[in-house]
Ligand binder design. Structure first.
Ligand SMILES: Nc1ncnc2c1ncn2[C@@H]1O[C@H](COP(=O)(O)OP(=O)(O)O)[C@@H](O)[C@H]1O
Ligand SMILES: CC(=O)OP(=O)(O)O
Ligand SMILES: [Mg+2]
Length: 432
């Protein structure tokens, strides 16, 4: 019987989450601990640590030396190794597998053991996920050095979307250039959508290949996905994670000409480019200087919501604040509903459930209520009492009203990308 301790590392655009599992080959991983640093785009970042299902550290502010995902990972690794109450990791040598979330996996259709060759191949994709891939590869490098006994495995956010049909993933541009430069819709948040599909299907009492879902992963990066018979049919992100819905610092889809009217010299390389990441001013503006940050001054959607919904104000400055926060909220609801409407038609109205997930989807009853209210013409209905409960506790929770048999359901899934990666690694003999 083979057993290993696995780390699953999820470097998002605003957070790093690391979960520790006891894994046995071919079995579901058993979680031992989860440590995360969030708020990397709205300092000070905070550390949360859960061991054996109990919160050990709730929200400890960590100092400003944490500059990015790599620093955050180092601190998380140290937290785990130094915790005397986590006897499964007495030293770094106890870690047997590290599963890394790599957002852009190009054409890879399954997780890969990271060899020199895979690493070089992935490096070439860095520019196509400027807020993610280079950071994740930085963490891979750190693990190769610090955890010499571990197998490093790359799990891809784009993999789940390899089923998107050609007429949906193709851009209407010159076919030869598209082919040679590999310009197509890839789609991301796929590790989360795989988890959502299996969990929602189980909740609905169906097999994964029997469910049609419109899923929303709304975090620091936000996307929507139409899932047909358990497989990705369409998703809102594209060649890069910039397309589709707006995010903390991302514009989402705008008129592609906009950036040329926004500033001059947008085609030039940004001074922030490094040897690992080449980014033009245009890409920098749309990926890092737009979204909630640009519109409202904060990347924290929790703050946007509390200000948008606060009624009393003490100054005209507060009133202005309230107005712009409400604008950001309404804009997000509008863009989300646009995708839901489009996917509802694309799935021919055969939708089992609408699923909310990701930091905002899981934590904001106001956003869920506003979205569901706007799409009530499609038969979706929120149950205010359940939706307004302070905290979603179960992995899957129904927040919609149960109507007739044909009426679509509204669910919240506490998505777990780390678990999904560990599960995939536990099933593949190549990684053992
Ligand atoms: N109570 C809340 N209400 C709404 N949004 C929240 C709340 N708490 C956190 N968030 C948002 O969730 C986002 C983080 O989501 P998450 O999925 O963890 O991010 P990442 O994209 O880094 O993985 C933050 O941008 C924050 O704005
Ligand atoms: C793909 C993506 O945008 O991921 P995240 O939301 O974790 O930044
Ligand atoms: Mg995320």
């Amino acid at each position: 019987m083979k057993k290993k301790i696995a780390l699953s590392v999820n470097a998002g655009s605003s957070s790093v989450k690391v979960s520790v599992y006891d894994v046995e080959f071919g079995q579901a991983p058993v979680q031992l601990a989860e440590a995360q640093i969030s708020g990397l785009t709205s300092p000070p970042p905070t550390l949360k640590y859960v061991r054996d299902g109990k919160t050990v550290i709730k929200a400890k502010e960590v100092d400003d030396n944490i500059e990015g995902q790599r620093d955050a990972f180092s601190l998380l690794l140290e937290t785990l190794v130094e915790d005397e109450d986590l006897p499964q990791i007495k030293s770094k040598e106890d870690i047997g597998i590290v599963c890394h979330r790599i957002v852009h996996g190009g054409d890879y259709s399954k997780p890969q053991l990271i060899s020199n060759e895979t690493y070089e191949h992935l490096e070439n994709l860095n520019d196509l996920a400027p807020l993610h891939n280079a950071n994740s590869l930085g963490i891979v490098q750190l693990c190769i050095r610090a955890l010499p006994t571990a197998n490093n495995v790359a799990c891809f956010d784009s993999q789940f979307h390899s089923t998107i049909p050609e007429h949906i993933r193709t851009y209407p541009i010159n076919r030869d250039i598209a082919r040679s430069n590999k310009l197509r819709k890839y789609g991301f948040h796929g590790i989360s959508y795989a988890f959502i599909t299996r969990s929602a299907a189980e909740f609905l009492g169906k097999e994964p290949d029997e469910v049609n879902i419109i899923a929303l992963h709304l975090g620091s990066g936000a996307s929507a996905c139409a899932i047909k018979n358990g497989k990705s049919w369409d998703t809102s992100m594209g060649l890069t994670p910039l397309a589709g819905l707006p995010g903390a610092t991302r514009s989402g889809s705008v008129d592609p000409s906009l950036v040329f009217h926004y500033a001059s010299d947008v085609g030039k390389l940004s001074p922030a480019s490094t040897s690992d990441l080449h980014i033009s001013r245009a890409e920098e503006i749309l990926n890092k200087e737009s979204g909630w940050k640009a519109l409202t001054g904060t990347t924290d959607f929790g703050k946007i919501i509390s200000s948008a919904f606060s009624s009393s104000s003490s100054s005209s400055e507060d009133d202005d604040d309230h107005e712009v926060m409400k604008l950001a909220f309404d804009l997000f609801v509008d863009r989300i509903c646009g995708f839901i409407g489009s996917y509802y038609v694309s799935l021919r109205g055969k939708v089992d459930a609408l699923v909310f997930a990701g930091g905002i989807g899981e934590k904001s009853p106001q956003l869920r209520a506003a979205v569901v209210d706007q799409i009530s013409c499609l038969g979706f209905q929120i149950d205010d009492e359940v939706n307004n409960k302070n905290e979603i506790r179960n992995m899957v929770e129904e927040v919609g009203k149960k109507g007739g048999l044909d009426e679509p359901r509204v669910l919240v899934v506490q998505t777990d990308e780390q678990f999904e990666m560990a599960r995939a690694c536990a099933e593949d003999a190549e990684f053992w």
